[in-house]
Design a protein. Structure first.
Length: 370
């Protein structure tokens, strides 16, 4: 059992046509509902919904406050390695980019942890390039016991693994995994993933199934906005979420909204999403699902993040560095992509408080899981 069976019943072109055929009547019908389905979501992300953005934002605000209160969770990425065995057109870590590579040692990781803890973070996202032999399970077995004692919540964004690997990492303290399909359009996916294990579209698509079966607490999904027509790609994210929630109802889920950012290689987006359209998408996900966590990274500008914070977002990264050793080591290497919001953790915390929200550094404890 996996999402692949459901996915094969969905036709990209038919869905795209359906989204762009939605009318103002469809949008108004969706906005009038208290429980919405995927057809309503199509209407809410369609061009026909753009004039209704204020109404969508108001409803999204109410739903988010009802479920999440005035809280905003904070996390930080910790890049462990920029080694990668994949050739991907959009990523600074791609094996075809001639850059200096680095994998952090135990002592270097400890220095990074000290720097991160000094900024108050208790939730960390471990990130690596996808290199199965040099930055794979053996490396994770060695480094998770070094990192976990310092953080209440430990997430990873690494290469897709087998179910038994995730189950083992859970015993070492792993709480969450972020795995983005990049694009749900198979032909486009093949165009941008030229070499390495990441060329296997279906294995990546099945990763959330393996994670849920391994008992991982939270799974993050999403599309890299810009590789394909964004509305259709983001509909597939919603369909994937609906399948996961219905199939693995004990698991928590989050959605992220990464827009293509400048990196080594310089890929230009195929589909441009404006700031207003990103707000529309965030609100549409919230109107579809009042429970899902919505996360916004430092890829976005500080002005945009400040303005969109109340409308549906539940977690934000802050003070991010996207290269190994970015927090404590003087000779840190090439970043994966350029960040836009370069404020300190303390500045982001102050902004959140100034808007009447409570920054949450520690929002979950293993003892609460029963």
């Amino acid at each position: 059992m996996s999402f692949v069976k459901e996915f094969n019943q969905l036709n990209w072109d038919d869905i795209s046509l359906s989204i762009y055929s939605k009318t103002t009547l469809d949008v108004e019908r969706a906005l009038a509902k208290t429980k919405r389905d995927l057809e309503d979501f199509k209407a809410l992300i369609s061009p026909a919904a753009e004039p209704y953005l204020e109404q969508m934002a108001q409803q999204s605000f109410v739903l988010t406050r009802k479920r999440f209160g005035q809280t905003m969770s904070l996390y930080i990425p910790l890049y462990l390695s920029n080694l990668c065995a994949n050739a991907c057109s959009y990523c600074g870590f791609s094996m075809e980019n001639r850059i200096k590579r680095r994998t952090l040692t135990e002592s270097e990781i400890e220095a990074e942890v000290v720097a991160i803890k000094a900024m108050k973070f208790d939730s960390v996202l471990l990130v690596t390039g996808e290199h199965e032999t040099k930055v794979g399970m053996n490396y994770f077995r060695q480094m998770l016991p070094v990192i976990k004692p310092h953080f209440n919540y430990l997430a990873m964004e690494v290469q897709p693994l087998e179910q038994h690997d995730y189950a083992e990492l859970k015993t070492l303290g792993l709480d969450a995994v972020m795995v983005y399909q990049e694009t749900y359009q198979p032909v486009t996916y093949a165009k941008h993933h030229l070499r390495g294990n990441k060329t296997n579209f279906e294995f990546r698509l099945e990763t959330p199934d393996r994670l849920a079966k391994a008992g991982i607490d939270k799974i993050g999904i999403g599309a890299l906005i810009g590789l394909e027509e964004w509305r259709t790609d983001c509909f597939f994210v919603a369909a994937h979420l609906e399948y996961l929630e219905q199939t693995y109802w004990k698991t928590r889920y989050s959605i992220s909204f990464p827009r293509l950012r400048p990196c080594e290689g310089g890929l230009q987006p195929k589909s441009i999403m404006t700031d207003r359209q990103l707000v529309q998408l965030i609100c549409a996900y919230r109107l579809l699902n009042s429970e899902v966590e919505l996360s916004l990274s430092t890829r976005e500008s500080e002005t945009f993040r400040d303005n969109v914070l109340p409308l549906g977002i539940t977690s934000m990264s802050a003070a991010s560095k996207t290269q190994p050793g970015g927090y404590a080591l003087e000779d840190s290497e090439l970043e994966q992509f350029e960040i836009s919001d370069e404020r300190s953790a303390q500045s982001v915390e102050a902004m959140i408080r100034n808007q009447g929200f409570d920054p949450v550094w520690r929002d979950w404890h293993r003892a609460y899981s029963g």
